[in-house]
Design a protein around this ligand. Structure first.
Ligand SMILES: NC(=O)c1ccc[n+]([C@@H]2O[C@H](COP(=O)([O-])OP(=O)(O)OC[C@H]3O[C@@H](n4cnc5c(N)ncnc54)[C@H](O)[C@@H]3O)[C@@H](O)[C@H]2O)c1
Length: 271
């Protein structure tokens, strides 16, 4: 049935749109790639793990979607530019950019080396800056586009060992809000998500044994411990986050920009 008012299913239709995603080989990036493709988008997924990026694209191809999976190290501006320019060259335009790639980091401030600090800055922050710049370069001439950056619930709850990670993610949130102001008059929306605890490879260190295999008892303990921190009583899945990203890039969110959405089960509830 056609909706009487509001976006209805058509508001989430991304047919004809091209999405470029980083970190598309795993977790939130892969779930987002599959979700945007299911909504009709062509997806170009970059990842430092080329095989993983290709595997994501293959899953989309197999069900009749259009996707590419390519190697892109987001710490290298040239590779980020090439990812987005490659999508324009093959498909004619880029409508959606998701800056998703990122890595965890846990170290006390007084124990963190310069090298580690620079590494986390490069992967989690500079990469997003490069991605936003490249997105603007191809979106501004068309006066349309959607950028989504991945921040983290770490910006809501400071905790020991999370200084470097939290600083990069807080900066991503600030970049997002600033770019919303710069992009808004040019027809470009820019939003961020700050996920809570999501069960992906990112959190794997919590529930694997010394050989790197999933330990069922540790997995259960992880789910229980972090699930208890949320009113919904469970940790999140990558799909929970992908759904939020789909909303933000769709017409259903046409009046949303500069916002930090929190798929976190209610773990943090900032105003
Ligand atoms: N999982 C969580 O609990 C959680 C919570 C909050 C925020 N996040 C954020 O979500 C994003 C995605 O994380 P995830 O949970 O899907 O983790 P994940 O480990 O499953 O996926 C991350 C992907 O990024 C890729 N990547 C890492 N370094 C890269 C580089 N230099 N260049 C290109 N790709 C690179 C990895 O190969 C991997 O495919 C990250 O930015 C992370 O900080 C995750």
């Amino acid at each position: 049935m056609t909706s009487l008012q509001g976006p209805g299913p058509a508001g989430y239709d991304l047919s004809g749109q091209v999405a470029v995603l980083t970190g598309a080989g795993s977790g939130i990036g892969r779930a987002t790639a599959l979700t945007l493709a299911a909504a009709g988008a062509t997806v170009v997924g970059g990842d430092i793990d080329e095989a993983a990026a290709r595997a994501t694209a293959t899953r989309i191809d197999e069900v009749g979607g259009v996707a590419r999976g390519v190697r892109a190290d987001v710490t290298d501006r040239e590779q980020v530019d090439a990812l987005i320019d490659g999508a324009v060259a093959e498909f004619g335009h880029v409508d959606i950019v998701g800056n998703i790639a990122g890595v965890p980091h846990n170290k006390l401030v007084m124990e963190c080396s310069d090298e580690e600090f620079e590494r986390i800055l490069a992967i989690n922050l500079k990469s997003v800056f490069y991605g936003c710049q490249a997105a603007m370069r191809v979106m501004v001439p068309r006066k349309t586009g959607n950028i989504v950056n991945v921040s983290s619930g770490a910006i809501d709850t400071p905790a020991p060992t999370l200084a470097c990670y939290g600083m990069t993610k807080a900066a991503v949130a600030m970049l997002t809000k600033t770019l919303a102001w710069e992009g808004g008059p040019l027809g470009i929306r820019c939003n961020a998500i700050a996920p809570g605890v999501i069960e992906t490879n990112f959190s794997r260190h919590n529930f694997v044994d010394a050989q790197g295999n999933v330990d069922p008892e540790k997995l259960e303990a992880y789910r229980t411990r972090f699930g208890r921190m949320t009113p919904l009583g469970r940790v999140g899945e990558a799909q929970d986050v992908a759904n939020t990203i789909l909303y933000l890039v769709s017409d259903a969110a046409s009046y949303m920009t500069g916002q930090i959405l929190r798929p976190n089960g209610g773990q943090a509830m900032p105003w």
